[in-house]
Design a protein around this ligand. Structure first.
Ligand code: NDP
Length: 327
């Protein structure tokens, strides 16, 4: 069955990446459809913040039910599908391993199976993760072996191989993006980057004096979310489906992120930040950094924003939000 041309369906459009991806695709002239588990109940705050809520056609879909996924795909007949929906917090995945792995694996398999079952020539992007690699002593590339260290990563690794298998066995145009951490003002505060920015802003406003975090010596490769959705869109415009590592290629310690953020507010982080083992994970990744050279070579993609500039953007957005009293 031929899909409708330039029609995209994003599962999980209510999240950070869903909002930026929808904006990018609308700007590229696509008809954009998106799902939430409860499209009537979701606030779609990201789409609202980007001013595109009325330009996205919204659907409710249950990723764990094949019938729900297949019906949505059949109704929309998209030329491109992006699966962004999942329980996406690594920390929470240790408390909810079954829900997390289930949300990632079943969602991916059900979409792959719907495309195959309906005989659609739809291209499929699956949101995999740098977490699949575990610790990366040297920057990870597309040939680096996986060593998942959380239930979240186990689910992402399994769905990565499901995508590869459907590509090889059924000739689907399906690819996975192994994306390293990417941030934006649309991230909720349960993620450490927003927790740091908002914590520093609260201390600067004297609402509190202390910010409590977990391990501070972790090293991460942080990028800017709008760059990363651009990479997703480029992957589906290739002649052949392939998997890509998407990263800035530069790693910083969490402590450096904290220092940069606190300096933006004129604060010395050492006077305000404490580390509590209660916030540490049962098994964490100490160093995570990616090698994006394949993406540069084949997609013409490179990160525009690395850590210090990323912090500037997040702080600027937080200051605007506070000046408008949107909290
Ligand atoms: P978000 O958490 O912002 O959005 C994920 C979406 O998934 C939500 O909008 C939510 O929609 C849906 N969702 C949440 N829980 C479940 C569940 N149990 N079952 C089905 N759907 C669920 O994530 P991001 O936008 O940041 O990330 C998009 C994808 O990319 C995710 O799969 C994430 O794991 C992956 N990823 C993200 C990275 C990052 O740094 N941001 C890095 C690497 C990978 P609703 O509640 O409306 O149904």
């Amino acid at each position: 069955m031929k899909p409708a041309s330039r029609t995209a369906l994003a599962f999980g459009v209510s999240g950070q990446d869903g909002a930026y991806l929808a904006k990018l695709l609308i700007d590229q002239g696509y008809e954009v459809h998106g799902t939430s588990r409860d499209a009537d109940g979701s606030s779609f705050s990201g789409l609202r913040a980007l001013g595109i809520l009325d330009q996205v056609r919204l659907h409710s879909a249950t990723l764990s039910e094949f019938r729900s996924v297949a019906q949505t795909v059949q109704n929309v007949r998209p030329s491109e599908i992006f699966n962004l929906a999942a329980q996406s917090s690594v920390g929470l995945s240790f408390q909810q391993p079954v829900e997390t792995i289930d949300s990632i694996m079943h969602g991916t398999i059900n979409i792959l199976e719907a495309i195959r079952f309906l005989g659609l020539e739809t291209r499929f992007y699956s949101a995999s993760s740098s977490e699949c690699f575990g610790n990366t002593e040297v920057p990870a590339n597309e040939r680096t072996p996986f060593h998942p260290r959380s239930p979240y990563a186990v689910g992402k690794a399994a769905s990565f191989w499901a995508v590869a298998n459907y590509r090889e066995a059924y000739d689907l145009f399906a690819c996975s993006g192994l994306l390293f951490n990417h941030e934006s003002p649309l991230r909720p505060t349960r993620y450490v980057t927003q927790k740091i920015i908002q914590g520093a802003a609260d201390i600067a406003e004297r609402r509190t004096d202390t910010l409590t975090l977990g391990a501070l010596d972790l090293t991460r490769d942080w990028g800017w979310a709008p760059d990363y959705v651009d990479a997703m869109a480029r992957m589906l415009k290739q002649d052949t489906p392939e998997d890509f590592v998407i990263a800035t290629g530069v790693a910083y310690k969490l402590q450096d992120f904290v220092d940069t953020a606190f300096r933006c507010f004129g604060l010395d982080w050492t006077k305000h930040v404490e580390s509590d083992s209660a916030f540490m994970r049962p098994s964490d990744i100490s160093r995570s950094v990616g090698d994006p050279s394949k993406a540069k070579r084949l997609l013409g993609w490179a990160a525009t924003t690395k850590m210090p500039d990323l912090v500037d953007k997040l702080v600027e957005a937080e200051l605007i939000r506070r000046s408008l009293q949107i909290r």
